[in-house]
Design a binder for this molecule. Sequence first.
Ligand SMILES: Cc1cc2nc3c(=O)[nH]c(=O)nc-3n(C[C@H](O)[C@H](O)[C@H](O)COP(=O)(O)OP(=O)(O)OC[C@H]3O[C@@H](n4cnc5c(N)ncnc54)[C@H](O)[C@@H]3O)c2cc1C
Length: 607
Amino acid sequence: MPIYRAPLEDYRFLLHDFFEVARRGDLPEFTELSAETIDDVLANAGRFCEEVLRPLNQSGDAEGCHFENGVVRTPKGFREAYKAFAEAGWSGLGAPAQFGGSDLPGFLTLLVNEMMQSANQSFAMYPALSMAAYSALAASGAPWMKQHVVPRMVSGEWTGTMCLTEPHCGTDLRLMKTRAVEQDDGTYRMSGTKIFISGGEHDLADNIIHMVIAKIPDESGKIRDDLSMVNFFMVPKYIVKEDGRVGARNGVFCGGIEHKMGIRANATCVLNFEEAVAWRVGPKPASAQGEKRSSSGGMKGMFAMMNAARLGVGVQGIAIAEVAQQNARAWVHERRAGRALTGAQDPDASADPIIVHPDIRRMLLHARAFVEGARAVAVWTALNMAIAHSARPERETAELLADLMTPVIKAFFTDMGFECANLAMQCYGGHGYISDNGVEQFVRDGRINQIYEGANGVQAMDLVGRKLGRKGGAAPLALFDTINRFISDNADDAGLAPFVKPVQTGLGELQGATLWLAQHGLANPNDAGAGAVDYLRLMGIVVVGWMWARMAKLALARLANAPANAALYREKLISARYWMERMMPECATLRARVEAGSATLMAFEAQ
Ligand SMILES: Cc1cc2nc3c(=O)[nH]c(=O)nc-3n(C[C@H](O)[C@H](O)[C@H](O)COP(=O)(O)OP(=O)(O)OC[C@H]3O[C@@H](n4cnc5c(N)ncnc54)[C@H](O)[C@@H]3O)c2cc1C
């Protein structure tokens, strides 16, 4: 069975040594936060993931979910694990205390989520989607929803879903057909079909709160392919009255579950809405005759939910790379084949362990450098989100940076997560392709992360088409400025040059590509579309590189004082050097690809 060890040592390095989070008492939710509390939360969550969730990962994958007469059963052990999860209070870790949550900062939820996703992605998705759903309700729901529904989701008594996708549309939600018609009592009746709904039906909780987007027809009863008709609704499986009492079964039914490549223990459901009672979330849309409807304020809640979910999916990329490389690392010390190129390392044995081979080390280090660099970027982004909600003068910049990083984290981290899982499998040779060893499951599970929550190509379009140009390019300028400051502050430090110089070169490529897109993308949008995926990867590599240069600086400073945990800092320097030597050179290639434009792609006869 695959192993998993919560990476607590790296968390401690990152949170206490590098970001010094316990010293940020001026930020909301950080006032009472001590290093001991942080370590306790992470250690307890880590134990739960290692001891309860991990042992169910392979068996859950083999068994899958069961569907019979509209009822979904999760694999053996999932119900008990979910009960233990909810009873321990993990479902409300980041929720405000007013809803019964622990009110802990976003970076802690992020790391706990990472451990859960490493240990058992299928299981972790049930509560992860609930958290996204209750956050939207807590932000935009009516007072009675906040009083009676949100606390029951926070406690884990009920779960939640996000229902966007329909059979004919996942990316282009303008085309959706699900409709919600207003009733005299202010509720709506919803009809339509949503597909691919994660956790849409299951046996883990008593009620499921579906957060659904649907169109409100115009005065003539028609719907158009127009996003302005789309509104955000709450549709409970069992009706919840405004006084909190739970009523009859609602008209939302599971029509089946998908058989799929990975995350087989997570129920991916067809949901049929048959005149289901729905409550609009957010203010009432304009409805006067002749007045063009605009999306309701509830859509803001939905976008907040989707952004939170995107970061969560990005973290799944880190998580799958972490667990895959942990297993590969164990394997390559046991498996023997060939001899070290410089002479036998273990002459008494018939062959050396395969860790002696440079190529095996390349594959392991690729994952290691990605995981720890990406984790730093993810925590930095969570801290920026906290700063954005504070009174600090830099809050606007922090918001811009967090917003800019959202598609990069979602797409670059999940692409790399899959790449690293695949390399981990390669370390096993043929044994990686065999189910028993469990590493192929990580490849299968990690593949979906590149697709759902907005396919990665669409994330790249969001970055290039929306995020770059917003507010006169304020977000990329803030990023370039932040990295440039680090470069100029450390330009004279010869010991840091192997880290600062590659970041400077990479940033130059990123700035050049940005300028090229600004000059060409507006004149020919196909040029922006053709370069978007390479541009996003370029930005991802540079930001992770900058984070590695900063961590290298800290490691060098610590090593100068011969610390007890010198091995950790030496490993940090090795990972940092790997990123500089092997990833940063890709920047020039990526820029060249961006600047190749779209002519060849558009000349391609695709028939
Ligand atoms: C296991 C699983 C779980 C899921 N869970 C949920 C869930 O809980 N809730 C939910 O609502 N949905 C869920 N989804 C749906 C998922 O979010 C969509 O499948 C995804 O957003 C892509 O939509 P699509 O499949 O319709 O692909 P399409 O929209 O048909 O896109 C196909 C391809 O075309 C590309 N493309 C489309 N439009 C553009 C464009 N404008 N520019 C560039 N490229 C473009 C896409 O990048 C993609 O590569 C899930 C899907 C799966 C498989």
